[in-house]
Design a protein around this ligand. Structure first.
Ligand SMILES: C[S@@+](CC[C@H](N)C(=O)[O-])C[C@H]1O[C@@H](n2cnc3c(N)ncnc32)[C@H](O)[C@@H]1O
Length: 306
């Protein structure tokens, strides 16, 4: 980092003095240096993260970055890069630094107002898109919407009308920005309040209720990676002593909001889908679990009786 800091002023001299060879700190040299720095910090994949950060500063996608290896960033660009490298080195998630993330074919703005959408949740979105692709006029709710990822994927890819709730006004402000950026402002309504309670008396019966609620047990806090605990909103993560508080609440309330034959789709923590499946009775015609892309049983699906 000191090399990078000094390089802002005297790239040639510093490069030579640090044994990096002579010449300015061009993209190729920065990539090599940052990759090594991230490796030493145990931040993998190191090269990919270096590429993404340089690409974010220079506003270049990976392909164009590779065509610009000789480019020497301006002092202002180097200063921004130095800040990114320092923050990433301190554990700040890459997505928050880059400020965007792709999700189910959508480009979403992400920042500390909401959880960074995860690949497991993207698997859930794609699964639901497959389930409902031939159905027009879909009515759906997304509970604990965060960045708006699930709600917006349903709206964009399925043409669904979606109601999305969250307790966090900050998350909702980010989700609304994402909806506007994607031209979905009139298709998705964001409401502040507890999961389904915020929707009571406001909408017709739904075809789909989807949620990726908080599901981590409080006692697991100490074992979580630093980038998650120190940077992502705690309200998005924890759900009581066993992590089941919010999932249980949604399972109890969802049938009253669904049409006959409507679907409830939940993302859960390890071991939770099986446990929750065992406990279901009454309202559902069918209850089953499915795996995520890592082969972990991750989702619980419940179909309401006709
Ligand atoms: C695990 S995050 C998921 C965010 C987003 N749906 C995603 O998949 O990336 C859970 C979200 O639920 C929200 N939340 C927590 N408790 C809630 C509650 N009682 N009612 C509504 N939303 C809640 C949090 O603010 C957070 O945005």
């Amino acid at each position: 980092l000191t090399q990078l800091r000094a390089s802002n002023k005297q790239p040639d001299a510093e490069g030579a003095a640090s044994g990096q060879g002579t010449g300015a700190w061009n993209v190729l040299k920065l990539l090599g240096w940052m990759t090594e720095f991230f490796k030493q910090k145990g931040l993998e994949p190191a090269r990919r993260q270096a590429e993404d950060l340089i690409g974010a500063v220079l506003e270049l996608d990976r392909l164009h970055l590779y065509l610009q290896f000789e480019y020497v960033p301006t002092p202002a660009e180097l200063a921004r890069l130095r800040d990114f490298v320092q923050r990433r080195g301190n554990g700040e998630p890459l997505a928050y630094l880059v400020g965007e993330q792709s999700f189910a074919g959508l480009k979403l703005k992400v920042d500390r107002r909401a959880l960074i959408p995860r690949p497991e949740t993207e698997t859930l979105a794609e699964r639901l898109i497959k389930e409902f692709s031939s159905r027009g006029g879909l009515l759906a709710a997304d509970l604990g919407t965060g960045s708006g990822c699930l709600a917006l994927a349903m709206a964009k890819r399925l043409g669904a009308r979606v109601w999305a709730t969250d307790l966090s006004s900050e998350a909702l402000s980010l989700a609304r920005e994402n909806a506007e950026n994607l031209g979905l402002g009139s298709q998705v309504e964001f409401l502040q309040g507890p999961f389904l309670e915020a929707l009571k008396g406001r909408l017709p019966l739904l075809d789909l209720v989807v949620s990726n609620p908080p599901y981590i047990a409080e006692e697991e806090r100490a074992g979580l990676p630093k980038d998650v605990v120190d940077f992502e909103p705690a309200q998005a993560l924890f759900a009581g002593p066993d992590g089941l508080r919010d999932l249980t609440e949604i399972l109890a309330e969802a049938p009253a909001f669904l049409k006959p034959g409507g679907l409830l789709a939940l993302e859960c923590g390890l071991g939770q889908p099986e446990k929750l499946k065992e406990a279901q009775q009454g309202s559902w015609k069918e209850v089953w679990t499915e795996k995520d892309g890592f082969g972990v049983v991750r989702f619980l699906f419940c179909r309401k009786a006709d």
